[in-house]
Write a protein that binds this ligand. Structure first.
Ligand code: SF4
Length: 65
């Protein structure tokens, strides 16, 4: 699978991101509740769990360059 990225335009940036605690690698962080979550690519195992967890579909495979 490609890298995972956060599509910030899909994230309403107004709540604690529930996906943070579902990442088994601890790769997702959120600066504050008004920020989109961020993925640490060095920790991400590309398991795909976050793709299914976000109700807004803000986590997605990175588009191929
Ligand atoms: S793909 Fe898996 S390891 Fe990577 S950020 Fe999403 S939940 Fe975490």
């Amino acid at each position: 699978m490609n890298s995972i990225e956060v599509n910030e335009s899909r994230c309403p940036k107004n709540h604690p991101c529930p996906v943070v605690m579902y990442c088994p690698a601890g790769a997702i962080t959120q600066k504050d509740y008004y920020s989109a979550p961020e993925i640490d690519e060095s920790l991400c195992t590309k398991c795909g769990r976050c793709l299914r967890m976000c109700g807004y579909g803000a986590f997605q495979p990175a588009s191929k360059a």
